[in-house]
Design a protein around this ligand. Structure first.
Ligand SMILES: C[S@@+](CC[C@H](N)C(=O)[O-])C[C@H]1O[C@@H](n2cnc3c(N)ncnc32)[C@H](O)[C@@H]1O
Length: 256
């Protein structure tokens, strides 16, 4: 039987890898690095190769960096967006099932290195289940957890994720747009390409913002949103211009 590991590798700091992740690396014959073609993803491929070199110095493994097609952009309505993501994931499923069939021999092990943790806004668990359900390839798989961007964010800002006995919301920029400022309370936001925090400039909310978390480029800003908003936008735009890309995660919080 072939085996696939989905390994969470954190957000860029090689010291954030778990011992379980490093021990799993040692069992792998071939690593697949799947990224869309872009400046950002070139950097992320490089970072993952560096992580492998650091923990597997003997180099007795294969690495395949595979370019995957871009997802169709647009889709303001949630239903259209979900359809586009589903069809993009299906394309990815075809690519991954071909890799499993062609690049892994029976009894061998493959791994896909996942940014952060495989369960948080990442499609690979669903993709592997889809391939198995459709019978496109025969294998078993295991998920190795990783440190998420939101955990690095809270650690770096030295804040807890939740208040005593309270719930938290984990959401995306797209969904945050639909939330009234009074209902934000304590929300972690990922996947925001729209600077959605600008919509809350008139509120009393506090923001804990972080970009390039876990990497050498890391930037942290926090404070009352209406006081730090301009600084965040300016810093963000400059960093994006210098690096060619940006990834940001933030928490909006009431009552601070
Ligand atoms: C496709 S999701 C993947 C999340 C990932 N699985 C995790 O556990 O953090 C990508 C989003 O994660 C967040 N993210 C990932 N890495 C980050 C980093 N180094 N700094 C800031 N945000 C990051 C950003 O919000 C980005 O848009």
């Amino acid at each position: 039987m072939k085996k696939i590991y989905l390994i969470g590798i954190g957000t860029g700091n090689p010291e954030h890898l778990t011992i379980q992740a490093i021990n799993t690396f040692k069992k792998v014959n071939v690593f697949f690095i799947l990224e869309k073609e872009s400046e950002k993803n070139e950097d992320l491929v490089k970072l993952r190769k560096e992580i492998l070199q650091r923990y597997l110095p003997d180099g007795r493994y294969r690495v395949m960096a595979i370019k995957i097609p871009e997802r169709k952009k647009g889709g303001r309505e949630l239903e259209v967006y979900k359809e586009r993501v589903a069809s993009w994931r299906k394309q990815k499923a075809e690519i991954i099932s071909n890799l499993i069939k062609q690049e892994i021999a029976d009894g061998e092990t493959g791994a896909i290195l996942i940014w952060g943790d495989p369960s948080l806004y990442d499609g690979h668990i669903e993709i592997l289940n889809y391939i198995l359900k459709e019978g496109w390839a025969d294998f078993e798989f295991e998920v190795i957890p990783g440190i998420t961007s939101m955990q690095v964010l809270t650690a770096r800002h030295k804040i807890p994720l939740n208040f005593i006995g309270e719930s938290i919301r984990i959401t995306t920029g797209r969904r945050l747009k639909e939330i009234h400022p009074d209902d934000v309370k304590n929300s972690v936001v990922l996947l925001d390409n729209y600077l959605t925090y600008r919509n809350f400039a008139d509120s009393d909310l506090h923001i804990y913002w972080g970009s390039y978390l876990g990497t050498e480029e890391e930037i942290l800003i926090s404070g009352r949103l209406n006081e730090v908003l301009d600084e965040i936008i300016k810093t963000r735009n400059e960093a994006k211009k210098n690096n060619g890309w940006i990834m940001e995660t933030y928490i909006l919080r009431a009552g601070e």
